[in-house]
Design a binder for this molecule. Structure first.
Ligand code: FES
Length: 161
């Protein structure tokens, strides 16, 4: 569960050091540590990457590489509903770019940003491994295939319920 009090840098550093220590500062546990932080803090902000790198004796680039490779990790807190729409080739060929443009316009957000009321974040991802059902999306971690505006609206409503 996300801890709403973890919003200042010192708390974040402490939470990060604790997460690393729980995994004995083992570099092989990097993914588990990132998942723990994502769960506890709600996202994996850039500011904690040097702390992780130092604790695990890795370079910051190595940690950043892992964080940016996996679409499960988010650099920003995001909205109540996080919509990830695939922009990779198979989904592009099925109209993903037009779909992204329409849903961003409809929700009044720019791709990669959160709406002013904090209700929704729409962000791009590159292959969700669901190419057979492209265009593909995820709504709060739940996969949605053969996405249309209507299907996405339904998934967003369900995520808000
Ligand atoms: S290309 Fe979109 S899910 Fe694979």
């Amino acid at each position: 569960m996300t801890n709403p009090f973890l919003d200042d840098a010192l708390d974040l550093v402490t939470a990060t050091e604790n997460a690393c220590a729980r995994h004995h500062n083992d570099p092989a546990a990097l993914l588990e540590i990132l998942h723990d932080l994502q769960e506890e803090v709600g996202h994996v902000p850039q500011v904690i990457l040097p702390t992780i790198a130092k604790a695990l004796n890795l370079s910051r680039a190595e940690v950043h590489g892992v964080v940016s490779f996996y679409h499960d990790f988010h650099e920003t807190a995001g909205g109540t509903v996080r919509v990830q729409v695939c922009r990779a080739e198979a989904c592009q060929s099925m109209g993903a770019l037009d779909l992204i443009e329409r849903i961003c316009r409809r929700h009044g957000v720019t791709l990669g940003e959160t709406s002013a009321d904090g209700g929704i974040t729409i962000e791009p991802v590159y292959c969700l491994g669901n190419c057979a059902l492209s265009p593909a999306a995820m709504v709060n971690g739940r996969p949605v295939g053969r996405v249309t505006e209507e299907r996405l609206d339904r998934a967003i409503r369900e995520a808000r319920a």
